[in-house]
Design a binder for this molecule. Structure first.
Ligand code: DX5
Ligand code: ZN
Length: 215
């Protein structure tokens, strides 16, 4: 069974605490925290203070997705008792190996994200160290975009590589996931499915999470 990580980017920010407890009760596994800086991606979302407020509202672990330039400067701000993963973009890290080591030294699982057009081969050498590979299935920056289907081939490549090399990193897909495509997302080897608008913009977010968990 795949883990479901609703992205609060598509939640009603004025009701964030409430929205998070709804999806927690429905069985969500993680809270996906989309951090955007207006440089690496053409949008600004929120920073660590907003995420930290949620510590009082939920016991769910945080899955932090940093869509920012120079992430090393800010990684520490996102460390809390509930932070399970911090993911940086391959395209934003000049010294990716160092950044992964740094995240792990803080006692947090380290993730690497790949934009749709970035080949999986670019992270071949750090697959042994990474705890998570996040495959972007939309171009990062906004919720509610259409799923780019070729990215499933990247999930498949990563799952094969993991098997071949007997590695243990998890594979996450992020962007455009919903009840119509979640089956093929999971079949191709995804362990964690991020879902923003399909959960928080649905008529019944709790029911959507339950249906996703059933797959
Ligand atoms: C996109 C973000 C995603 C996105 C998911 O830049 O990283 O996490 O918010 O939202 P949906 O599921 O609506 O594509
Ligand atoms: Zn994300």
């Amino acid at each position: 069974m795949a883990k479901i990580a609703p992205s609060i980017l598509s939640a009603d920010f004025s009701q964030l605490g409430e929205q998070v407890s709804i999806i927690e009760k429905a069985g969500a596994d993680l809270i996906h925290v989309d951090v955007m800086d207006g440089h690496f991606v053409p949008n600004i979302s929120f920073g660590a203070p907003v995420m930290k407020c949620l510590c009082e509202k939920t016991k769910l672990p945080f899955d932090v997705h940093l869509m920012i330039e120079e992430p090393d400067k800010y990684i520490k701000d996102f460390v809390t008792d509930q932070t399970e993963y911090i993911t940086v973009h391959q395209e934003a890290c000049v010294h990716l190996d160092r950044t992964i080591e740094y995240i792990k030294s803080l006692g947090i699982k380290a993730g690497v994200a790949l934009n749709p057009a970035t080949p999986t081969e670019t992270i071949d050498w750090i697959l042994d160290k990474a705890d998570l590979v996040l495959v972007m299935s939309v171009n990062p920056g906004f919720g509610g975009q259409k799923f780019i289907s070729y990215t499933l081939d990247k999930v498949k490549e990563l799952a094969e590589e993991r098997k071949k090399r007997n590695l243990s990193f998890e594979i996450e897909i992020d962007g455009g996931a919903d009840l119509t495509n979640i089956d093929s997302i999971i079949e191709n080897g995804t362990d964690i499915v991020v879902a923003g608008s399909s959960v928080f913009r649905s008529d019944d977010p709790a029911e959507t999470v339950r249906k996703m968990k059933d797959r």
